[in-house]
Design a protein around this ligand. Structure first.
Ligand code: FE2
Length: 467
């Protein structure tokens, strides 16, 4: 898809130049991924264009926010567009209306559109709603999660991204107006496979857009995922590609991420959008931040301790954690990057009998056994790395040898995972590899909740017991 050199493109040139100089002199996480492992070559990229009017909503996505409510987020280029959502259970007939808030941000010469956030509800469980954002533009529909089990999560990591790397950046500096960007064929394949089967909620453990300070790529990513993220709640946590700091000028990380992907942190008594939890159908999901302070007595650590202590496992048999940099990893890529967080927080998760920990970051799939402190432990969480959604950087092909007895399945292929919680005691995890146009179930396992295990019972009033 070709495009002419626009005035906006020319305005972005100084940003790219500054960013390139920054990349040359400062070690961004982007560069740290290129060490001694080899990835498959990436595919051609195309950008997802904006084809609606300035006042119409774009980049629409929804997320869970408290009991029986959803947050609808979207962006308009028109600054006077209203932050309202009309909705109802009949197409074209909107019996309810909610008003919300808006924000925006600036990054060098880039000015974001008007970012709208509106909470709608209470909504009935397992129900399809039709909605319209800002009083104009297309109608969208969403389905709320069920009231009872079964509950199905889709887990996609690393990411449904547009992707971007230094070679592309340098190439853009040479022929910025001629170059087209966008998604990879693997991204499209993963998205198609995710939607081909019913699910209730998507979980994404970080590295969403790979914008890496190229702010227009956030917009392109939002448009890319809108057909999916406007239908089912997408619950995300941040990865290293969302940091986007620039010394002195933009020292605060995650500016774009926090503005564009607000998560329900206030509802779980967190003070940061970078870590939070939510409750859904007797399942408690905790989203941790790998790139904010996690050491003992940090705000995140204290919040996690308090959040775990407030879970009643008799009423909430399933406990799931997501984070970005894996604590257990036998791939050559990103070795040891989650180790300090593991040392700080693993005991909290173990004592609370967390059932599953999902991570991203590594561009491959790997499933471990139940672990505590680097040893097989039937009362520890099962760890899964699922960093293979379809990024431009390709796959992390090299695993360490000999294989660790802790690692039960590992494969460098793109795909997505599904966690189907059948009832209070049993769930099924499956990993679906992208085989060209088909999604093939390559790995699957039944899991029993630790809350139903007599051998792993804990004192409910003291989840942070000393070992
Ligand atoms: Fe990452």
């Amino acid at each position: 898809m070709g495009r002419k050199c626009s005035r906006r493109s020319l305005m972005e040139f100084p940003i790219l130049l500054i960013h390139t100089l920054f990349l040359l002199f400062f070690p961004l996480p982007l560069l740290s991924e290129h060490n001694n492992f080899v990835r498959q070559p990436a595919g051609q990229l195309i950008i997802t264009p904006h084809q609606r009017s300035h006042s119409d909503p774009q980049q629409v996505h929804i997320s869970l926010v408290g009991k029986e409510k959803m947050r609808v987020s979207w962006i308009t280029e028109e600054k006077h567009a209203e932050s309202v959502v009309e909705y109802g259970t009949e197409s074209g007939e909107y019996s309810a209306k909610s008003t919300g808030e808006h924000t925006s941000y600036r990054y060098f010469l880039y000015n974001s559109g008007k970012i709208h956030n509106v909470v709608i509800g209470p909504l009935k469980p397992g129900t399809t709603y039709f909605y319209r954002c800002g009083g104009s533009g297309p109608e969208f529909s969403l389905k709320t999660p069920p009231h009872n089990f079964p509950l199905e999560f889709v887990v996609v990591g690393k990411s449904l991204s547009l992707g971007f790397d230094i070679s592309l950046l340098l190439h853009r500096l040479v022929c910025f107006c001629l170059r087209d960007l966008g998604q990879t064929e693997w991204t499209a394949s993963t998205l198609k496979h995710v939607e081909s089967r019913e699910y209730d909620v998507a979980l994404l453990p970080g590295d969403l857009s790979y914008a890496d300070s190229q702010q227009p790529l956030w917009d392109s990513f939002g448009r890319l995922v809108e057909p999916y993220a406007s239908k089912r709640p997408w619950m995300v946590t941040e990865g290293n590609h969302e940091i986007e700091i620039f010394p002195i000028i933009y020292p605060q990380p995650f500016q774009a991420y926090n503005a564009r992907w607000p998560m329900p942190f206030q509802q779980s008594a967190s003070t940061s959008n970078l870590y939070y939890s939510f409750q859904l159908v007797a399942t408690h999901v905790i989203m941790l931040g790998s790139y904010t302070d996690f050491h003992a007595q940090s705000q995140q650590y204290n919040w996690l301790q308090s959040d775990l202590a407030n879970i009643d496992r008799a009423k909430t048999p399933w406990l799931i954690v997501l984070l970005h940099a894996p604590w257990y990893n036998t791939n050559e890529a990103h070795q040891g990057e989650g180790e300090s967080m593991r040392q700080a927080m693993e005991q909290l998760l173990y004592n609370a009998r967390v059932d599953l920990v999902f991570a991203g970051h590594v561009h491959a799939y790997e499933r471990f056994t139940r672990i505590y402190d680097n040893k097989v432990d039937s009362c520890g969480p099962m760890y899964v790395t699922i960093g293979d959604g379809g990024n431009r950087e390709g796959l992390a092909l090299m695993f360490k040898n000999p294989p660790s007895p802790l690692s039960l399945y590992r494969e460098p292929s793109f795909g997505h995972g599904r966690l189907r919680i059948v009832n209070e005691t049993h769930a099924h995890w499956s990993w679906h590899r992208n085989n060209d146009t088909d999604a093939v179930v390559a790995d699957g396992i039944w899991i029993e909740s630790l809350s139903s295990s007599q051998a792993c019972s804990i004192q409910q009033d003291d989840p942070n017991e000393e070992l």
